[in-house]
Design a binder for this molecule. Sequence first.
Ligand SMILES: Nc1ncnc2c1ncn2[C@@H]1O[C@H](COP(=O)(O)OP(=O)(O)O)[C@@H](O)[C@H]1O
Ligand SMILES: [Mg+2]
Length: 249
Amino acid sequence: MLEIKNLTVEVGNRRVLRDVSLEVPSGATCVLFGPNGSGKSSLLNAIMGLSNYKVVEGQIIFDGRDITTLPVHERAQLGIGLMSQRPPNLVGVQLKDMLRVTAKGKKDPQELASRLDMGRFLERDVNVGFSGGEIKRSELLQLAAQNPCLYLLDEPESGVDLQSIERVGTMIHDLITGGITCAGKRAMEGKSALVITHTGQILDYIEADRGYVLCDGMVACSGNPRELLREIRTNGYEECVECRLVRPR
Ligand SMILES: Nc1ncnc2c1ncn2[C@@H]1O[C@H](COP(=O)(O)OP(=O)(O)O)[C@@H](O)[C@H]1O
Ligand SMILES: [Mg+2]
């Protein structure tokens, strides 16, 4: 569903990704590991098409179509949805209005919110005064309204306390496994996800098919996500450069 080919990206005149290639097949969930500052968020933001991420070289292919130069709203319409690491507070925008616009009349915001136990947040301004866990749940609710085919989730467990992590993890599991009808123009084989995780906690809730490790803006290695996580926990990221973990792509 998603193919990143030799992608080099600059932000603020700084090269943050170099020659990155990876693939997220239809129906697959891939995870992205990597130390702070290695370019993980930049990769997701570049895939979503946020305007300050400049693609210098390479291509982003989504569902067989080159979307490298498409504006962000067109990528969203095609079925790509992003949950940012640090979404902004939207003062003056109530969550229910955000959901109505995002769902475009295809889903009932009220019904979605009560299903996800978020009913009491509908009349609050998006993210304003929300706790860490509530921000993530509100972002996931907005993704549920958008109903994308490809979920880009940037550290969904960050800032979430241990009690809320199960809730957030279960919501993510249900979203990415929940049926195959999605907002994209074509029917596809299944929903896919590219999930950044720092701690690996999210792997307790989702089935991940492949892991990639990003180091210094480059893919250092890829392989079984649980094996990668075990290596990272044991040896840290230093080993990645040598990469004892390389598996054929
Ligand atoms: N707008 C920006 N201007 C300049 N540098 C940036 C900008 N955004 C991110 N960076 C830099 O890009 C590098 C990669 O950042 P990021 O993608 O957020 O890493 P990660 O998500 O892996 O922690 C960091 O060194 C960060 O400071
Ligand atoms: Mg990040």
